[in-house]
Design a protein. Sequence first.
Length: 61
Amino acid sequence: MHIHERTGEKKRLNALMLKSPMKVYTAFAELGRKVYADGALSKKHKELTALAVAVSQNCFD
């Protein structure tokens, strides 16, 4: 699957999950926003740390 196709599919699935009556997906998205919010560490540093962990663990998605 090409990167643009994968991005489109992720967007489509995210939209479906947001429409779900289950609150888990919305709560998880809110958790992500809070985790990456500026605080003791900037959002940029948190994202770079997450990228470093993903690369070191061969987790690219």
